[in-house]
Design a protein. Structure first.
Ligand SMILES: *Cc1c(COP(=O)(O)O)cnc(C)c1O
Length: 408
């Protein structure tokens, strides 16, 4: 038997079934027209943002990283809850604008920005977080050609990383951002060329659950931003401090202690270096805001046994929920939080593996898990599906098509 990850708080049961947003999972499936289906709870997202804001210093702005979940109705909700969007492509720019986000509250990071993407960003007045010297020069040339002063910030490749983070985005040779030592020279160059100077972006990693590590990184980010600002010699309008707040996916994971992170940040804000006194300060979060609010529902179409092991075969799989199959940035496959949604309150009585409908051994949603006995027709819930689910999975693979999505 292999343990399942922890089911996020906030889900209850109705009539023995998993309840999401006060209604049974099967009702949402019926309303959506079938499975597979992602259900995102607006109420859980609202609560998450409110709890986060209560824990953080008032001065801290909260931005949403659109890549975590770009579903249009969810973006419209996020626009009303956060202070800005961080995007990473022209497609995300279009989604952000369609959701009604003010272009002045959008920043565009990401390596490999094409000229046409830069042009769209400049035309709309979106801030470009520059990832290289070459990109800076292209942005300035495009601004000149359009007769628009581009809004430019520099993404820094910090010399430190976020300890314990699932995905490291700083500390050493990286394709992201500009090495610390080159930042002051480049910033002075874009300011001298007449760009609107928007400041610095320092993102050191993702999916961290250790509050001490997050607090330490935030301290390092503030110190680095102050030092670079001194070297640049111009006031720093905005500092995107990165994020990296993780959520528990696996057995034994403990939630991030945001009270501790907030207290440590408040202490740092109370004695900010003079260089940062007039700076707006933001964090950018994706999965922490929306990950636990999403559930992927898929229906069991077959129950079979092989060499004494039970397999529950579903109509979904890794083409919608790649991360739960263990094939999205994990080294060792471990079980996500998964349950039989239609028997949510039943006691586990057997060991079974839940697999998807794809013809590949990679397509496993739960491996040798302790579950209530389930049959064809039962609904399976994969939790922590609100981020890096539908849009981060290869939905064209094997031709089953995309999953349905709904915000409730
Ligand atoms: C992916 C990414 C994020 C969001 O990461 P989460 O782990 O979902 O919070 C934020 N900022 C940048 C620059 C990113 O690349």
């Amino acid at each position: 038997m292999k343990p399942l990850g922890p089911i996020p708080l906030g889900f209850g049961a109705l009539g023995g079934e998993l309840a999401i947003g006060g209604r049974r999972a099967s009702e949402w499936v019926e309303q959506a027209g079938g499975t597979p289906l992602f259900v995102y709870s607006a109420e859980m997202i609202r609560r998450r943002v409110a709890d986060l804001r209560a824990a953080m210093p008032d001065r801290l702005l909260v931005h949403y990283a659109v890549k975590a979940n770009p579903y249009a109705p969810l973006l419209e909700l996020m626009r009303t809850l956060v202070d800005g969007f961080d995007i990473a492509s022209q497609g995300e720019l279009e989604l952000a604008l369609a959701a009604g986000q003010d272009p002045a509250a959008i920043s565009f990071a990401g390596p490999g920005k094409r000229d046409d993407e830069i042009e769209q960003a400049v035309r709309h007045g979106v801030t470009l977080n520059l990832e290289s010297t070459g990109e800076a020069r292209r942005a300035l040339a495009i601004g000149d050609r359009l007769g628009i002063a581009p809004r430019l910030a520099v993404r820094v490749n910090p010399s430190f990383e976020l300890r314990g983070s699932g995905m490291k985005m700083g500390g050493g040779a990286r394709p992201f951002g500009i090495d610390e030592a080159q930042v002051p020279g480049l910033a002075r160059e874009v300011i001298a060329a007449g760009a609107v100077w928007r400041g610095l972006h320092i993102f050191a990693g993702s999916q961290a659950l250790g509050a001490e590590a997050v607090a330490e990184t935030q301290g390092n980010v503030l110190d680095l931003a102050a030092r670079l600002t001194r070297e640049i010699g111009a006031p720093l309008p905005h500092l995107n401090m990165g994020g990296g707040f993780g959520i528990p996916y696996f057995h034994g994971d403990e939630p991030l202690d945001i009270a501790l992170v907030g207290a440590r940040l408040a202490a740092r804000f109370a004695e900010l270096p003079a260089e940062l006194e007039g700076t707006t300060l933001a964090i950018e979060l994706g999965r922490y805001l929306v990950g636990e609010a999403g559930v992927y529902l898929t229906r069991i179409v077959d129950r079979k046994e092989s060499h004494g092991q039970v397999f529950l075969v579903t109509d979904g799989g890794l083409h919608h929920q790649l991360a739960a199959s263990g094939n999205f940035g994990t080294v060792v496959r471990r079980n996500y939080p998964v349950a039989i949604a239609s028997r949510f309150r039943a006691e586990p009585t057997e060991e079974a593996s839940i697999v998807g409908c794809l013809c590949t051994p990679l397509d496993r949603l739960a491996d040798i898990a302790h579950l209530p006995r389930a049959e064809a027709g039962d609904l399976v819930a994969v939790f922590c599906a609100g981020a890096y689910g539908a849009s981060a999975s290869p939905s064209a693979f094997l031709g089953h098509g995309p999953a349905r999505e709904m915000l409730v």
